[in-house]
Design a protein around this ligand. Sequence first.
Ligand code: ADP
Ligand code: MG
Ligand code: MG
Length: 873
Amino acid sequence: MQWVYDFEAGSKEMKDILGGKGANLAEMSSIGLPVPQGFTVSTKVNFEYFENNNKLPEAVIKEIDEAVKRLEEKAGQKFNDAKNPLLVSVRSGAAISMPGMMDTVLNLGINEEVAETIGKNTDNYPFAYDNYRRFIQMYSDVVLEIPKSKFDKVLERHQLETGVKTFKEFDKERMLKVIKEYLEIVKMNTGEDFPIEARDQLLKAIEAVFRSWKNERAILYRKINGISDSLGTAVNVQRMVFGNYDGTSGTGVLFSRNPSSGKDELFGEFLFNAQGEDVVAGIRTPEPIANLKDHHPELHKEIFDLAKKLENHYKDVQDIEFTIERGKVYLLQTRNGKRTAKAAIKIAMDLVKEGLIDEKTALLRIPADSVSTLLHPDFSEKSKAEGTMLAKGLAASPGAAKGKVYFSAEDIVKASQRGEDCILVRKETSPEDLAGMLNAKGILTSRGGMTSHAAVVARSMGKTCVAGCSDVQVDEDAKLVKAGEHTLKEGDYISIDGSDGSVFLGELNFEESKTSDELEVLLDWSDKYSKTLVRANGDTPTDAKVAIGFRADGIGLCRTEHMFFDKDRITSVREMILAENLEERKVALEKIRPFQEDDFYNILKTMGQRPITVRLLDPPLHEFLPKTEQDVMDLVEQTGKTKEKIEAVSDSLHEFNPMLGHRGCRLALTYPEIYEMQTEALITAACKLKKENIETAVEIMIPLVGFNEELVILRKLVQETADRIIKDMGVELSYKIGTMIEIPRACLTADKVAMNADFFSFGTNDLTQMTMGFSRDDVNVFMGEYIDKKVFDVNPFVTIDREGVGQLVKMAVEKAKSTGKDIKIGVCGEHGGDPSSIEFLLSCGLQYVSCSPFRIPVAKIASAQYHIRQEMK
Ligand code: ADP
Ligand code: MG
Ligand code: MG
């Protein structure tokens, strides 16, 4: 087994063993780009390290020693050398990039003597001692776990005493004094002297990076991003180049295209005379990369050419870290750039136009879920015009968000658990704030640039963010934010617009969303490569119109009960429930009928030939009864029934377990006249349309079937009723009758149920509820606990539980198909709009998915991605 690889020996395909950073450093070296030499300790070592009681195995140490020798030769420098000492960086890098989650140590190999040598060689003592100071601090942080702030305090005190702004402005005596105090801090905290041997420093730093795989923020990051804990990180050891040398040196980060808008322009920031994290730390404000054009056009051009070369080589937008040492540009990292949903779409499309990638590749690059952010509403122009603008910051991550302000991640988490919409407000964010950012609607920071932690993380999460908003003063301890004459305290409302950086007092109104041209092209592509139909869950002509706007292939679930709740009909529905005999009930149903027929007529007309699955009445009757005293009194007046009578019916309908109670087809077994009336209304509407030469495709769905026998009885009722109407109306009309598969017993006996169904539509919400025995309405009380304790990773009502519920789905599909019947199978639960669930359900053999209208683009892209991946297999 090989543990250590020189950069020259690797390639971009070797991410699993070299990590993403290492593999790309190797790739860049091999295509002749300027990368400082180095080597990578493989991810495999991380596992060995933990197995070996958190120590590097001897065999690995041996390979590291040999690699150092080779590096010394190539660099013409040596560890601890009195003439030409070698300094290196030690950098983490896992197979899947986890930016900022693990640790890096720069300037390793330095001690007082080495610093002297460097000072002498370069005639630049401030530079030499700056490296030494930085090293002590970083090594202490990463390896010895002494907080950075202890060192910062020392530095701040000396700066105050002398009135200078940076370490490098101190005289030598003062520099040595600071460093001496640094070393004392180390001694005090560890009881040991700071290590002076480069090899010693190196091995300990490598171990610390391996250890950092299991630090809290890395674990959280992996959890959020679904990255396996078992992968491990690699460690890169690389000769240092110095951006902190002088005014012709610097360091920066850049994207080959704008990761926020997707525009084809260099986007990034740099700082002259700076090292490493200075750019993203938010201490000094970096300059936009475009400014480089003014001072150093040749450097700007060189960087531009390098960025384009990388982009052409990787065929994707690159996120690049570079350092300039005395006018020479070095590349220190490249990876595919994270981007907003909007940018992902624009970039994928532009790359297709430029011929770098094909449509299928482009589709696979667009996270299906992120498309929905395209549809997220902005604030309406009107409400922005009328609102009170507090400040303007950087438009760091687009979208609009409003909510109550909170000043710590902890408070955000608590508030969001209470169901509040909240905005995280901080001076700047750090990886410790991750949980808060995740639970906030949006993020506002007063410091930091477009590549600050807040900005980068918000974009990757698709969260609205306004960063670097220096117009506001944030006091995190007092939990206050000030903007001009306004002071907001914890819990006050604020609105932020991440598309233009504006911040408003109070709550603005959202604007109705519209589809963009880009979305149209995307839908074209998905339709071209997907073999799955996507329908909408929709109950009204308005829903139907939205669905058609997104090119829905039909309606997969039209719930009829909403038609019962409307103000002008609820009284008749209540009359029907209060009826003391069949005659009375029929009289009440006759009053409801015209409303139903009208509703059906309108939605059928809107959908035309597109199929529409109408579910007959599903909820238990008590849901329709009056809830308040006033409602009861009104009902007394409207129906002439006594209050006592109403209460008696109410009591008789009370159920301990309504979810498992008298509802769905069970209701129709007791009161067939309800389904009869609904069928009459529906089929009459379809026949009327037929007479107007409008074709329809009606599918009648019977809910909550657990026994074939239920379906036999109700199918007969529906079919006889429908055929009677069709005959009376004197038209020709075909329709389908099917069932919702949402009870585990229906899955287990799906072969029988299928004999009487033209279609199955999985109601995976109820199926999940009944398979798990979790009440959908009560589960949230303990859901968090279950996810925390890893009983399951994700909410099974959001993403289908493949192992349990999924097995039932699979079995039901197989059983249904085993009957040899040409049965159409789809899904209409919430899972129909969730990409991961869609992938699974399609692999089970479903022909269509149905989801809420606004999820249609997501479902279409997820389906297309499934079919493209299938084809590639
Ligand atoms: P992260 O994964 O957190 O980005 P990196 O390993 O990329 O950490 O290191 C952070 C920064 O440190 C780099 O962007 C670069 O500016 C600086 N750095 C790392 N290695 C070197 C080196 N060999 N020479 C100069 N700067 C370096
Ligand atoms: Mg980096
Ligand atoms: Mg149901």
